[in-house]
Design a protein around this ligand. Structure first.
Ligand SMILES: NC(=O)n1nc(-c2ccco2)nc1N
Length: 331
């Protein structure tokens, strides 16, 4: 009924505002009982009239029916895993290979990011709505964990504004903040339930819950760190930021769409700043609200990434041994 449709809109606004007050400002403005009453009213209208249950309804954040198993998702753009370096020398060797491969004379800008110790996931937004979330899996095929990811408070069910492509896949890390991890283990101990060894296991265990109501209570968080598949109708015009040839600028664009971005991410003007960023993050590590296991440095220029990406995809086990270039025969 139109009365229900109007009421649903009012409840969306009210509950979203209360969520903002509670989760972002940490200053709840109504007692939990009042919040629960509003949520129950919204869920009952949506149950009575499923057409009124919108993809970005706040009711979707509290989880729904438990699943029996997760379906599989094939990543249109494979989810890469990262090679590691463990010393300044190994870093130098990496940076040298990059420079040599790019035959570049100019300095190469790097985007520096803390390496979050959680679970890599891919989020798929269609017309701005979160329609699918999947684990990395083996990089090509992952598990469909959409119902659990939708309960993560910092992940928008609907992107902000309209400056986004028809289809946008983003990659990022789902993690459990240290405080949530300590609280979860403390309460598990009290209830004689199993505790988790570390926040990474706790995040993985929470995302693998077949009952999304359990996942909804795990206070998981998310930071975006990359882009996967993008598709846009040629007619649609996107803001210039989407055409930016900079990984860092694209992350900032994703932040404008409502996707959380790690506040420590920094654009370095050249490789000489890498060591100081690495030292800075190492000394800050214990003060961060989330666990990390290092730092990540990415060539910021997208065009250069594509070039390097090509070489990286070449088999490491084979090489062509070519004859010297022949003089062009003049016909
Ligand atoms: N774990 C983490 O924080 N990651 N992981 C990547 C990544 C993985 C593949 C490409 O980029 N980037 C960041 N910040």
């Amino acid at each position: 009924s139109s009365a229900n449709a109007t009421r649903v809109q009012a409840l969306h606004q009210l509950i979203n505002q209360l969520n903002h007050q509670y989760y972002d400002l940490d200053e709840p403005s109504v007692p939990d009982a009042e919040y629960d009453r509003l949520m129950r009213e919204l869920i009952s209208i949506e149950t009575a009239e499923p057409a009124l249950r919108l993809l970005d309804s706040p009711s979707q954040k509290v989880g729904g029916q438990a699943l029996k198993s997760f379906s599989q998702v094939t990543h249109q753009v494979p989810m890469l895993s990262l090679d590691n370096v463990f010393s300044a020398d190994e870093w130098q060797a990496f940076a040298k290979r990059v420079k040599d491969r790019l035959l570049s004379k100019s300095t190469i800008k790097y985007c520096a990011e803390p390496k979050l110790d959680g679970l890599a996931v891919s989020l798929r937004y269609e017309n701005g709505f979160l329609v699918q979330a999947a684990t990395r899996g083996d990089g090509a095929v992952g598990e469909n964990i959409t119902v659990n990811v939708r309960t993560i408070k910092s992940i928008p069910l609907k992107l902000t504004g309209d400056n986004y492509p028809d289809i946008l896949e983003v990659r990022g890390e789902v993690f459990m903040p240290k405080a949530s991890f300590n609280a979860l283990n403390a309460s598990a101990l009290k209830k004689g339930e199993k505790t988790f060894a570390n926040p990474r296991n706790a995040a993985a265990g929470s995302l693998r819950q077949l009952d999304s109501k359990v996942a909804a209570k795990r206070n998981l968080a998310f930071y975006v760190y990359g882009i996967g598949y993008v598709e846009q109708a040629s007619s649609q015009t996107l803001g210039e930021q989407w055409l930016e040839n900079s990984h860092y600028q694209r992350l900032c664009q994703l932040k404008l769409l409502g996707l959380p971005m790690c506040p420590e991410v920094k654009l370095l003007s050249d490789a000489s700043e890498v060591a100081s960023f690495y030292q800075y993050i190492m000394q800050e590590r214990d003060n961060l609200s989330y666990e990390i296991d290092g730092t990540v440095f990415k060539v910021d220029d997208i065009a250069l990434q594509k070039k390097l990406g090509f070489v990286a995809r070449a088999p490491r086990w084979a090489t062509a041994y070519k004859f010297p270039a022949q003089e062009e025969t003049t016909q």
